[in-house]
Every structure is written in C-alpha cells, then in structure tokens.
Design a protein around this ligand. Structure first.
Ligand code: DGL
Length: 277
C-alpha cells in the first residue's frame, strides 16, 4: 500500500545557500521528488555561532517545514547537523536526516590506511561530531581535523579558484602534509564547490568525500524503507525555495550553483520564522 504522505515534498534546510549542493545531489538521484528548501540567509553563517543558537534556529525552520507538510527533513547544513540533529529527532515525528553520519560512513568505507581527514566550519570541528561518528564505526581509525573558516565567504563571493583561494587552502591543508590521510571529508555545504582545487592542493592519493552526495543516498534509503518514495513517476518533482532575507542575491548564486533558474522563490520574514517553536 502506498503511504498517503509519499507524494509530499522533502524538506531541506541550510543556513543559507550552501545546502543547494545537497539539493543538487538529491535532484540527481531522486528527480521526481518534490522539494521545499529553506535557506536562512538572514542569519547565516551558523558556523561561527553557539550551539544553543544553532539549535534554536534549526527548530524554528523545522517547525516551518513541518507546517508545509514535508514527509522528511534533510539537515543539509553540516553545522546544524553536528549540533542540532539529535534534538530535532527527539522533537519531530517525521524522519530527519543529517549529513554527518552518511559522510562519516562513506569515509570509513573509503579509507585503507585507517586515517581520515575532516574539514569544516569552526562549530562543526569543535563539536567533534565527525570524529565521534567515525570512531563509533571503527575505533581504530585516526581522525585529523581542521576548521577552515575563510572558505565559506570565498565561495559565497564566487572568488576564482586560483590565487587567494589556492593560498588559503594550502595553509589550511598543510596540517595534513606530513601525515596524510587517504580520505578527506568535505564537512561543509560549500566545499564541494571547491572540489577540484582541494583535490589539486591535497594531492590525488586522497579520496574526497562529499557528505551531501552521500546524504542523497541516505535519503533514498530512508524513503524506500519507510515506503515514502514519491509514487508519481514520470514528471520531474517541483521545487520551492524559501529564504529569510535577500531573495535576489540567493537567486543569483543558487541558480549558478544549481545550473538553472529557480522557479518558486519566496521570502519569509524573520519575525514570522521566529514565531515557530
Ligand atoms: N552551511 C554551513 C555548513 O555546512 C556553512 C555556512 C555557515 O557557516 O553557515 O556548515
């Protein structure tokens, strides 16, 4: 029997537009699923905020998405996944999937040398969420991590990969120089956009793990297991986008990241968002 909610949309949220990398991966894998995306562009970045604040923001957005009757929520933001996922899963009855566990699992599978590198925002690295997820899967694995706070603004500004971006990466990734992992988790929504330059700087013996891509596979698995895959086959899914500020700027960058214009983009006033608990 088909679950009556199976034709509802998947909710995806991020602190801003970085989560579009996860949307892109979900659309590629599940083209006929409807999606509702929320980007908290008024309050980005989350990566430098306290746990308490990121948890509060994540609850407000999840409550907003629940009101839109989504069948599942994907926490596309690594920072929000690292600090708020457990609390969200306790409070909401629909399935909630984050990006940390899928990324960690893929890295554990990929490493031969039992040494994994992780890069992410300051909050993600401070939380130790990737480290714990990796260690829970295999306690023998060595984890080296590094926060890279300058990368998000460089991607948002669309800086070319050569020059400053390369220099910044060389500096951040130099911690891996003497003792190189053989797998590196791109633990932030923005890093997949820098994949080729990261690969160049760290060298091709290191396999890059895109947490967003791994999460799309997890979304497919969960929907399948729960009988929630959209039964309406054939037509491509419809996608709606909500942001808390500056839709024009979001449209400009998100359409570049997604490779096509955004059809349905709406602004949610911050006071309205803050009324959700
Ligand atoms: N979306 C955030 C993450 O994946 C990066 C941007 C931010 O700091 O809010 O950690």
């Amino acid at each position: 029997m088909i679950n009556p909610n199976a034709s509802h949309a998947i909710g995806v949220f991020d602190s801003g537009l970085g989560g579009i990398s996860v949307v892109r991966a979900v659309i590629e894998l599940l083209p006929n699923e409807h999606l509702i995306y929320f980007g908290d562009t008024a309050r980005v970045p989350y990566g430098s905020k306290s746990e308490e604040t990121v948890i509060r923001f994540s609850h407000q957005i999840s409550a907003f998405l629940r009101e839109k009757q989504v069948k599942m929520i994907v926490v596309a933001c690594n920072t929000a996944s690292a600090v708020a996922l457990k609390s969200l899963q306790k409070s909401f009855s629909i399935p909630i999937v984050g990006v940390i566990d899928p990324g960690a699992r893929a890295a554990v599978k990929a490493t031969q040398s039992k040494h994994i590198g992780v890069i992410g925002t300051a909050s993600t690295i401070r939380s130790g969420a990737y480290r714990s997820a990796i260690r829970a899967a295999d306690a023998q694995i060595k984890v080296s991590d590094q926060s890279c706070p300058l990368l998000v603004p460089l991607v948002e500004e669309g800086w070319p990969e050569d020059g400053v971006v390369r220099q910044v990466l060389q500096k951040y990734l130099s911690i891996f120089e003497t003792d190189k992992p053989d797998a590196l988790i791109l633990g932030c929504t923005h890093y997949p956009y820098l994949k080729s330059i990261i690969q160049e700087v760290i060298g091709d013996t290191v396999q890059l793990i895109d947490s967003g891509k791994e999460t799309a596979t997890e979304v497919q698995r969960v929907l399948q297991d729960m009988g929630l895959l959209n039964p309406e086959k054939g037509d491509p899914g419809k996608h709606k986008f909500y942001v808390s500020d500056f839709p024009q700027k979001f449209e400009e960058t998100a359409s570049r990241f997604l490779g096509r214009p955004l059809e349905n983009l709406f602004k949610v006033e911050l006071e309205v968002l803050e009324s959700y608990k």
